[in-house]
Design a protein around this ligand. Structure first.
Ligand SMILES: NC(=O)c1ccc[n+]([C@@H]2O[C@H](COP(=O)([O-])OP(=O)(O)OC[C@H]3O[C@@H](n4cnc5c(N)ncnc54)[C@H](OP(=O)(O)O)[C@@H]3O)[C@@H](O)[C@H]2O)c1
Length: 352
């Protein structure tokens, strides 16, 4: 089988960080994207081969992937890009990985249809191999192994640092589709729920958000009730409540396009110094019908660094011939519940 692998969206913020670290490790990805001049600049700088193609027609994409064994898909928001890439990967028999955090994208990738087609093709479809969702997914799995009869899972993380352009654009789309939680196995809309959480360094006010685990933690653990929290000031909570009231306006194409153009002009993504300064604390809690509670704590590098380390750990796993399963999988189902702690500069998951 071919050992070649490709990064799509290669001149974006996260993809460039992944490509740079791949170079440092002596790995040789093919870089790909739809804009030749932007792609060529990055490929020449890193001395990697490149391929120019858009995602408009999955059959054309599949031809470009004919000799590629694995894709790290970094072109987001994935609401527009994951379906054609998954379709192409099924046609070309190429393992699919992405760095999405979008609930609808996870739900599609884990649907019976995609799972069945991935199994028939003999490929892995594994969305969410960045900070969203590797650390929280592993915390969820470890907690569910600690309490197999858990009925409620609450996850959270604190980090800080600026957003990357793609994250900001995905957040603008996320606000328009509203807040989400999982109740009795179903993903449903929610208001802004608040609670006080000690993420590992003292208690903080927190609010729930539509983070990827609302989808994925259910596939990793089977726990039917799931929420995800981040720290938030009273001001932020008020702003998010207001944004949720404005959801119908935020859904308008003209508003989405305007906000995304502003992001393209103003958002560059955190530099190395900021990333080094802001590490991430990850927290999780499970509860069962008897009211027993178990809590988990984890510390990782900055989220954007985890989004480099996670995909490359999976690529190296693949290059060693260790990917031996097929179908739609979460990171912890593919790589094990303690996968996150094998990443550099990351703690073990501590249960209390
Ligand atoms: N899992 C995580 O924790 C994590 C961390 C970081 C980022 N992300 C996600 O990853 C995505 C990328 O974020 P980023 O900040 O790295 O991105 P970015 O700097 O905005 O770059 C996005 C890349 O995707 C390409 N792209 C976008 N739409 C496309 C389309 N329809 N067809 C082909 N290419 C397309 C862009 O190319 P053009 O310039 O040609 O449009 C560009 O190369 C976002 O969805 C973000 O939320 C997730």
């Amino acid at each position: 089988m071919s050992q070649s692998w490709l990064i799509y969206g290669a001149y974006g913020y996260s993809a460039q960080l992944i490509a740079q670290e791949a170079k440092r490790r002596g790995l040789t990805p093919i870089l790909a994207g739809r804009d030749e001049s932007k792609l060529k600049t990055v490929a020449n700088r890193l001395n990697f081969d490149y391929r120019v193609f858009s995602l408009d027609d999955p059959k054309v994409v599949a031809k470009q992937l004919a000799d590629v064994a694995l894709v790290i898909h970094c072109a987001g928001p994935f609401s527009h890009t994951s379906k054609p890439m998954i379709e192409a990967c099924v046609l070309s028999v190429t393992h699919y990985f992405d760095i999405t955090g979008e609930i609808d994208v996870f739900e599609y990738a884990h649907s019976d249809v995609v799972n069945g087609r991935a199994k028939a093709a003999g490929i892995v479809v594994c969305p969410g191999v960045g900070f969203d969702v590797i650390p929280t997914d592993c915390v969820a799995r470890v907690l569910s192994e600690t309490m197999p009869d858990a009925t409620h899972l609450t996850l959270g993380f604190s980090g800080g640092s600026a957003l990357s352009p793609g994250t900001a654009k995905s957040s603008v789309e996320g606000l328009a589709s509203g807040n989400k939680v999982r109740i009795n196995g179903e993903i449903v809309s929610s208001g802004v729920n608040t609670r006080v959480i000690d993420f590992g360094k003292g208690s903080r006010n927190a609010m729930n958000i539509a983070w990827g685990d609302v989808s994925t933690a259910f596939y990793s653990t089977g726990i039917p009730n799931i929420e995800v929290y981040i720290p938030a000031s009273n001001n932020t909570i008020r702003m998010v409540k207001l944004a949720l009231l404005l959801k119908p306006a935020l859904r308008l194409d003209v508003i989405q396009t305007f906000l995304k153009k502003q992001i393209e002009k103003k958002v560059a993504g955190p530099g190395e110094e900021i990333r080094r300064k802001y590490r991430s604390l990850v927290w999780g809690e499970v509860r069962n019908r008897s009211g027993e509670v178990k809590t988990a704590y984890l510390e990782t590098p900055n989220g954007y660094d985890v989004t480099v380390l996670g995909p490359l750990a999976i690529v190296e796993h693949f290059l060693k011939g260790k990917i031996d399963c097929v179908g739609s999988l979460t990171p912890s189902l593919l790589m094990g519940s303690h996968f996150v702690s094998t990443l550099p500069d990351t703690s073990d998951i501590r249960i209390q």
